[in-house]
Write a protein of this length. Structure first.
Length: 260
């Protein structure tokens, strides 16, 4: 009996003495994320669909796992990255750093907007729908009291479109917002050509929004087949940065030359 017990103890001890079977670490989940980016991020003027985005990102210090991928869609300006979350975080940081240091360039008009204009900081540009099947791009700027959105859109060269018409179109949209209840007590100010800057038209309106006063100035011009418009909104019309922004913005647009 004692020998049997001793044998069982030895067997049990030997079993527990065996090292545990190693468990393979679980790989992080692959995640796909899309980024609408500026072409200048890649350091080449016109990257195509076959541009090696993964190699470029790895050159910036991002170490992808073998199964990761990075693809640039030239037609839409979208970068598609499939990787682990830690790598997507690194791509996020890279793009954010680029946007903070780089200017925004619009190839067709040659307009280059720096990170700041007259103390107003540029935000992330986004597409906007002009009409079904037709889109433009909106570039925001702001400071503590002023919000600016610059709109650039292609216009049909067969249509007779003027800067004054662009402003009138914007003011008509404001009246629609009043009819829908977004604005109240809207007052429109007659569109007029800006004599100090030939080729530009301007308009303005005041309104109540969420029980607060606001004023918006609208400046527009035509450059080739593109309409360029800035809408400047504030609750403080006496803010000095407004006219400084307008002067700098108009000079940037007037001096721009299309990039071939």
């Amino acid at each position: 009996m004692k020998n049997l017990v001793l044998t069982l103890l030895l067997i049990t001890t030997a079993a527990f003495a065996q090292p545990p079977t190693p468990v393979a670490p679980r790989k992080p989940k692959m995640i796909t994320k899309e980024y609408r980016i500026e072409r200048a991020l890649f350091g080449v003027p016109t990257p195509q669909d076959n541009f090696d985005c993964r190699a470029f990102l790895e050159q910036q210090g991002i170490e992808f796992p073998p199964e990761a991928s990075a693809t640039y869609l030239a037609e839409t300006g979208v970068l598609v990255v499939q990787a682990w979350q830690e790598h997507l975080d690194q791509v996020d940081a890279l793009i954010m750093a680029h946007r903070k240091s780089a200017q925004f360039s619009h190839m067709k008009t040659g307009i280059d907007f720096p990170n700041t204009i007259a103390g107003m900081t540029r935000g992330e540009e986004k597409p906007y729908e002009v009409s079904p099947g037709e889109s433009g791009i909106a570039i925001p700027f702001h400071n503590d009291e002023v919000e600016v959105t610059v709109f650039i859109r292609h216009i049909d060269p067969k249509k007779d479109v003027s800067a004054a018409m662009i402003v009138e179109e914007s003011l008509a949209a404001v009246k629609q917002l009043e009819a829908s209840g977004t604005y109240s007590n809207v007052k429109l100010f007659k569109t007029a050509d800006d004599r100090g800057t030939p080729g530009w038209s301007k308009g303005a309106f005041t309104a109540q929004a969420n029980q607060a006063f606001l004023m918006s100035l609208i400046y527009a011009t035509i450059r080739g087949d593109y309409a360029i418009k800035a809408r400047i909104t504030t609750a403080n019309p006496k803010n000095d940065s407004i006219q400084k922004f307008v002067a700098a913005f108009q000079k940037i647009v007037n001096d721009a030359k299309p990039k071939r």
